[in-house]
Design a protein around this ligand. Sequence first.
Ligand code: GTP
Ligand code: ZN
Length: 198
Amino acid sequence: MTVTAKHVGNTRPAPDLATATAAAATFLDALGVDLSPESLQETPARMARAYADLLTAREFKLTTFDNDEGYDELVMARNIPIRSVCEHHLLPFIGVAHVGYLPAARILGLSKLARVVEMFAHGTQVQERLTKQIADWLIKELEPNGVGVVIEAEHLCMTLRGVQAVGANTITSSMLGVLRDDARSRGEFLAAAGLGGR
Ligand SMILES: Nc1nc2c(ncn2[C@@H]2O[C@H](COP(=O)(O)OP(=O)(O)OP(=O)(O)O)[C@@H](O)[C@H]2O)c(=O)[nH]1
Ligand SMILES: [Zn+2]
């Protein structure tokens, strides 16, 4: 199965770069940014491309394999990079995701954990929703015995501007199935995520 933005509920049309470039020029001009120096002339177009890049997910092939060995312990990818933009300020939030699951009938190609994260991160997001969407999607598509997702991220809207809480980061988690209900499995997952058992 090829996973496209539509499969993860994103039905936005493809970016219209010409309109976005014109709008970026108007926006910067209204903020008093002088676009006349040669080095800034391409800036509205760069800005449009940069935001289009942040908001457009890459499709991928969801490769799963039969769990021939009956492997039923935790499979976990740690420190998957996250780059997303907050829906309130359109400023990036960046950090890492730790994603794990307890296999049942199928196991997932390992890179696909990072690809699922990337797919949901491309768009306007809040960290809580991003965390839950990744976990819910994996439960539905892979039907494992459990899923855990932890995200640790710095929100630039909170560290560069506004309250300017430099160094603050936010941790969210979503645990489903056995990883939610069984204290030992949950503790093992959270310890592997660097959060200690809880
Ligand atoms: N829950 C949640 N809040 C977020 C996330 N990203 C940004 N925010 C918050 O969204 C809120 C928007 O608050 P507003 O009061 O409308 O905006 P603001 O006046 O710019 O707020 P300040 O950032 O406090 O200056 C802020 O508290 C942000 O920190 C996120 O992923 N999850
Ligand atoms: Zn924000």
